[in-house]
Design a protein. Structure first.
Length: 122
């Protein structure tokens, strides 16, 4: 258990650093649109898809690989990738209603929660 937590922590730290560096590099690209976050979200989704596919195809890969790279790195890089993977999993299982509630609920309630938190501190 401790080893698993350490693996996720290491991956998350590296993912967070990479997210920050990409946001810094993208900071000069256009104003008014959050290009850094957008780029990180799309890249994270592509990466989690690749890693998910690799771990599905090569089931002999250790769980440490998944913990370090999928839960850790991708989770620290962007949770949007996990959100997208979970949404796709619901679609693949033909759970269209759950998919709609999950996606719409996450986006709408997430924005509302940010607004509430912000207003609560003003």
């Amino acid at each position: 258990m401790i080893k698993d937590i350490v693996l996720v922590g290491i991956g998350s730290g590296i993912g967070g650093i990479c997210r920050y560096l990409i946001s810094l590099c993208m900071g000069h690209v256009g104003k008014g649109f959050p290009w850094g976050t957008f780029a990180v979200n799309v890249a994270g989704c592509l990466l989690i898809g690749i890693l998910w596919g690799v771990t599905s195809r090569f089931q002999n890969l250790s769980s440490a690989f998944s913990l370090l790279l999928i839960a850790g790195f991708c989770g620290g890089f962007t949770t949007f990738s996990t959100f997208s993977k979970e949404g796709l999993t619901l679609l693949q299982a033909n759970n269209y209603t759950l998919f709609l509630f999950y996606v719409a609920g996450s986006v709408v309630l997430g924005i509302m929660a940010v607004a509430l938190g912000y207003l609560a501190t003003k």
